[in-house]
Design a protein around this ligand. Structure first.
Ligand code: GLN
Ligand code: ZN
Length: 760
């Protein structure tokens, strides 16, 4: 009895972020193209070796990318927007980088392609742009060369590709047509690509169609049959991979497509296993994605063995084992973490360890646990027992507090109209009040001080003194500029989530837990491993100090519970809702302490509020319920006269406007400068009742916005929202900008507000 093991993909950035460093060095022209390519080749070889050593039957080829795997496919298929002025067959790595980021060491700069989130992950892909008469041409040399590379190293290569329908779905039609219209042109080229792989001796191609886990329009569902019937002609075995959710209404369709295998995400949708087993045609293999590719916890292998026992009985060697999705979304190797305690480490598994879990589980299922694996199996069980029983995780006072939440805790004392009166009385703000979103430039001096402090070279006192100087400077600048509601500037924060996580109990931080976010950018999400609580106030002293420097109302600044949750690896032993409410309670105490310290304007940032939305519409309401409740639990502890702000930096509110209104923040600031205030339509149509600050200064651009332009934007806003409820502010925080840009931009913003006051 055998079980085939594989992975849908592997992290490519390198355990030490070698790829990041190499591409950035190449962009800065510090290394040559040959050197960059050599790094890529070395990393691929190393990662394949790791897969082989773990005992997988295949190595994954095609998951490597110098920037993004979707962009790879765009180049393979010749989908290059005309502004890059490159014939598809002449596209090289510099074309690729120009598409990704607007410029490269060679070639004329042009506007980069749009980037957006890959399903519900924090990975961003480059959106394919389709022209009305889009042609597809095959340009597969690089991929074929990688296949050769793997084969030469003696590996069995399984190639992974984004499927034709997911590719079209993820792209954007540039004109009045649907990208689905392009399927007839795309399919022959896609088939030719498969044929080339077959010619190269590739046995299996994994075709990723994650859109089968979404709510699909009928036309798209139907297109699946057309497409795969046509691809059937190519004599290469196809594994159709679906992940990030269950198949649900697409189950019958997916099970019956004419391909040789189907991969399911049994972490997200374990309940579908039985149904699929009942309906899977006898010629197909089923790849069971049972090791969580989206989180960092060690799997419960005993439970998985039980879960899979009947599948194995029914399928025999047609059962394959794999992680639920590509391991791109987890850090590379736990073994590097030398500063986590051994107990916590024993609860975790990163990409490399997850490969071991796949093969260990396979060995257990086939009765092939040798001595070494017996030991690993026992260790797995011990770790789970230790985690379940750990007093570091379960804190009775936290669960008791959660259980004792009284519905009244979710609501402010009075309705907005009444609160607004109480707030006006002391705030005495002019019409079109000005404020910022929180952070000011993180200067090299600030970064240097923080580094010194973290490395122990700078004492706490000295560090705090330096940060106070920064705060004082920042407040002084805002006074000079005439900002109505100043902030302290967040100099002391490296990152809006990490800053709070470091001060809360229940959080841990890795040293090398990098996950690719886009291109060469990686994030290192904190790990929420236990019940969250707040040992002491986190921001009060800084805000109190800032307030002591000005007579203006100082705005306190917090990261909200949804964002803390969304941008972390979250424990899997309780619902996300529970963890979120624990964070909310901890932040609620911070809000209360800020108020008691005289900070009576408090902003609770929720840039990740929308990101938490489930992939299926049917699941939205449940999420929005606890998401809104968590925010309200944080905020609704203050008196009427204390003004709660929130901030969200994205541009789609239409479908969640009701929930946004339910947050009941007194003021919401949003990103609008690039959308010409169209974003406010949702607020207008809904008759959104509270105050809004539609950002008028695009902080992503180094350009200084002009007074007239901002006045005009605000006039547009005032046609949609009554002027009495409008604020004037930038789009987002200013931490990535320089003071030389920020000062004149804010001066112009304040001047725009002055002119508006005269006009209204
Ligand atoms: N207060 C944060 C800042 O100003 C908000 C950042 C964000 O919304 N992403 O940087
Ligand atoms: Zn923002």
């Amino acid at each position: 009895m055998t079980l085939t093991t594989h992975t849908l993909g592997y992290p490519r950035i390198g355990a030490q972020r070698e790829l990041k460093k190499a591409v950035e060095a190449y962009w800065a022209e510090k290394i040559t193209l040959q050197e960059l390519e050599a790094t890529g080749q070395e990393l691929r070889a190393r990662h394949w070796q790791e897969q082989k050593e773990a005992g997988l039957d295949f190595v994954s080829v095609g998951d490597f990318a110098f920037y993004d795997q979707v962009l790879n496919l765009s180049l393979i298929l010749g989908v290059i927007p005309p502004r890059f002025n490159t014939c598809p067959d002449q596209a090289d790595l510099d074309t690729y980088f120009r598409m990704a980021r607007g410029r490269a060491p060679s070639g004329e700069p042009a506007a980069a392609c749009e980037m957006t989130k890959w399903f519900d992950t924090n990975y961003h892909y480059l959106v394919p742009e389709f022209q009305p008469q889009q042609e597809f041409t095959l340009n597969a040399q690089l991929l074929l060369a990688e296949v050769k590379e793997a084969q030469t190293l003696g590996h069995q290569a399984k190639v992974t590709l984004v499927g034709p329908l997911s590719y079209l779905w993820l792209g954007k039609a540039q004109g009045e047509f649907s990208s689905l219209d392009l399927l007839p042109q795309l399919l022959p080229v896609y088939a030719a690509l498969l044929q080339k792989l077959a010619d190269e001796g590739v046995d299996w191609v994994q075709i990723d169609e994650p859109i089968l886990a979404l709510d699909l329009p009928t036309a798209w569902k139907q297109a699946f049959e057309t497409a795969y019937n046509q691809l059937q002609a190519v004599a290469v075995k196809k594994l159709l991979a679906v992940y990030f959710g269950g198949l649900q209404d697409n189950l019958g369709l997916a099970v019956n497509l004419p391909v040789e295998g189907l991969h399911l995400d049994l972490v997200r949708a374990p309940e579908e296993l039985e149904q699929v087993l009942d309906r899977l045609p006898a010629y197909k293999v089923l790849s069971a994605g049972v090791i969580d590719g989206r989180n960092i916890w060690r799997s419960d292998l005993v439970r998985l063995r039980e879960q899979l026992a009947s599948a194995q009985g029914r399928l025999g060697d047609r059962l394959w084992l794999a992680p639920s999705c590509s391991l791109l979304h987890v850090p590379h190797d736990l073994e590097q973490e030398d500063q986590l305690d051994s107990e916590l480490t024993s609860w975790l598994a990163f990409a490399r360890q997850k490969l071991d879990e796949v093969t260990l589980l396979a060995a257990a299922l086939t009765g092939q646990l040798n001595q070494q694996r017996e030991a690993a199996w026992a260790e797995n069980q011990q770790a789970l027992v230790s985690r379940e029983a750990s007093t570091r995780i379960h804190r009775p006072e936290v669960s008791e507090r959660l259980a004792a939440i009284d519905p009244a805790m979710y609501a402010r004392t009075s309705a907005y109209e009444q609160r607004a009166l109480a707030q006006k009385e002391w705030l005495k703000l002019p019409l079109f009040p000005t404020t910022t979103i929180g952070s000011f430039p993180q200067t090299p001096e600030i970064r240097k001080a923080r580094r010194g402090y973290k490395q122990g070279e700078l004492g706490t006192e000295r560090y705090q003194e330096l940060m106070k100087q920064e705060i004082a400077y920042c407040v002084e600048q805002q006074e000079k500029l005439g900002i109505d509601v100043p902030v302290h500037g967040e100099a002391e924060r490296n990152d809006m989530v990490e800053y709070f996580g470091e001060q809360l109990d229940g959080y841990a931080f890795t040293r090398f837990g990098w996950v690719q976010s886009y291109g060469s950018r990686c994030v290192k999400p904190p790990v929420i491993f236990g019940d969250v609580s707040r040992p002491q106030a986190m921001t009060v002293e800084w805000s109190r100090y800032a307030q002591s420097l000005t007579d203006k109302p100082m705005k306190g600044m917090l990261t909200g519970p949804l964002t803390c949750l969304q941008w972390a690896f979250v424990r899997d032993d309780q619902p996300r809702e529970t963890t979120c409410k624990q964070i909310a309670l901890a932040l609620r105490d911070e809000v209360r302490d800020l108020e008691a310290a005289g900070i009576r304007v408090i902003q609770i940032d929720e840039p990740a509020f929308r990101e938490g939305l489930p992939l299926r519409k049917a699941d939205w309401a449940a999420y929005l319920r606890w998401a809104v409740d968590s925010f309200r639990l944080t905020a609704a502890v203050v008196e009427d006269a204390t003004q709660i702000h929130t901030h969200m930096c994205y541009s789609e509110f239409n479908d969640i406007i009701e929930a946004i209104a339910e947050l009941d923040a007194d003021v919401i600031t949003i990103e609008t400068s690039r959308s010409n205030m169209e974003l406010l339509d949702a607020f207008e149509a809904f008759e959104y009742p509270n105050e809004i600050g539609p950002g008028v200064y695009d902080i992503h651009s180094p350009n200084i916005p002009e007074v007239e332009w901002m006045v005009e934007l605000m006039q547009k806003a005032a046609q949609k929202i009554p002027a009495e409820r409008l604020w004037v502010n930038p789009d987002c925080g200013l931490k990535t900008r320089r003071w030389e840009e920020v000062t004149p931009a804010l001066a112009a913003l304040v001047e725009a507000a002055r002119q508006l006051r005269k006009a209204y």
